[in-house]
Design a protein around this ligand. Structure first.
Ligand code: GRG
Length: 287
């Protein structure tokens, strides 16, 4: 299928750069180095960098090193969040991507530090992206770095995680689930699209449309994750959309959010065919 071929092609282009970035991680003491490389190089979908690169392409961004450094920064945020999310004090998960989770191999102390080190690499990469950018695109990479940092931070990913792990879910469950899904998951997915559009030169109204589409894609992605977890019987006693509303309502929500995202993408006067196919694929994915 054309979509799968296109996905693999963008993934391969990203991974060529990403793998050389990982090989360049030298002068790091052991076992920190091995722990970082273990999670960075384990097989994932690379969804967020693919969203970023696709959005950038739609708006005509050039294939520059700044672009790929920003894509690597986004994948590093995602990887650190998975390492920390698996820790016993968070989701307490022994497995990740079909392999023992980072702390199961390297211990909790090293896993915490590997996550921290990846987050520090993020700002090295984002600063490098600005430094290497042409004079005309420097401001765009500065803005992209700023929104990525915001959405990864206390009002974004980390805010969503703290509500997920520590808030009493017996009251106002709908509002709390909304907050968790928007921030823990949709913020990074949405900002990948927004940042790509930004560095490609999208105007404010285009960024707003792609932000809305990205947030709907991200929300649907998290509900799909819950559905897959329930089907896998990988149940963790935590409240989620399926447990609160049931599987039928969860499937309907995925379909509604996906339809909204498709309409929002189509309202951009651009060739969004790959992003539309990706959005549809994500709503029926099996992993
Ligand atoms: C500072 C402790 C601390 C935490 C940072 C951990 C954290 C904030 C946020 C958790 C974010 C999280 C794990 C959200 C779940 C999102 C999700 C469904 C991830 C799986 O994404 P995929 O399916 O994974 O794209 P692959 O393996 O394909 O990359």
């Amino acid at each position: 299928m054309a979509f799968e071929k296109d996905y693999e092609e963008i993934k391969e282009r990203f991974e060529n750069y990403y793998n050389s970035f990982i090989s360049g991680l030298t002068d790091i003491p052991e076992p920190l180095h091995s722990s970082m490389v273990y999670s960075l190089s384990s097989e994932g979908k690379r969804l967020r960098p693919i969203l970023f690169l696709s959005a950038a392409d739609i708006f005509g961004a050039e294939e520059t090193e700044s672009l790929y450094k920003t894509a690597c920064a986004i994948e590093c945020i995602h990887t650190y969040s998975l390492i920390h999310d698996d820790l016993p004090c968070m989701d307490n998960s022994d497995m990740r991507r079909g392999k023992p989770s980072n702390h199961k191999v390297y211990g909790e102390d090293v896993a915490v530090l590997a996550g921290d080190a990846l987050l520090n690499l993020v700002y090295e990469l984002l600063f490098d992206a600005v430094t290497l950018a042409s004079n005309e695109s420097k401001d765009k990479f500065i803005r992209a770095g700023k929104i990525i940092s915001e959405r990864a931070g206390a009002r974004g990913l980390i805010g969503g995680q703290v509500v997920d792990t520590s808030v009493d879910m017996t009251k106002h469950v709908s509002a709390k689930l909304n907050y968790i899904y928007q921030h823990k998951t949709a913020d990074l997915i949405g900002v990948s699209l927004m940042a790509g559009a930004l560095v490609g030169g999208a105007d404010e109204s285009e960024i707003k449309k792609i932000r809305e589409a990205g947030d709907n894609i991200g929300y649907a992605f998290q509900i799909t994750d819950d559905i897959l977890d329930m089907e896998d019987k990988d149940d963790d006693n935590k409240m989620n959309f399926v447990k609160v509303y049931g599987i039928k309502e969860a499937r309907r929500a995925v379909s509604d959010k996906t339809a909204l995202a498709l309409t929002q993408l189509s309202s951009l006067d651009k060739d969004v065919s790959f992003l539309r196919s990706l959005t549809k694929y994500l709503s029926i994915r099996k992993n």
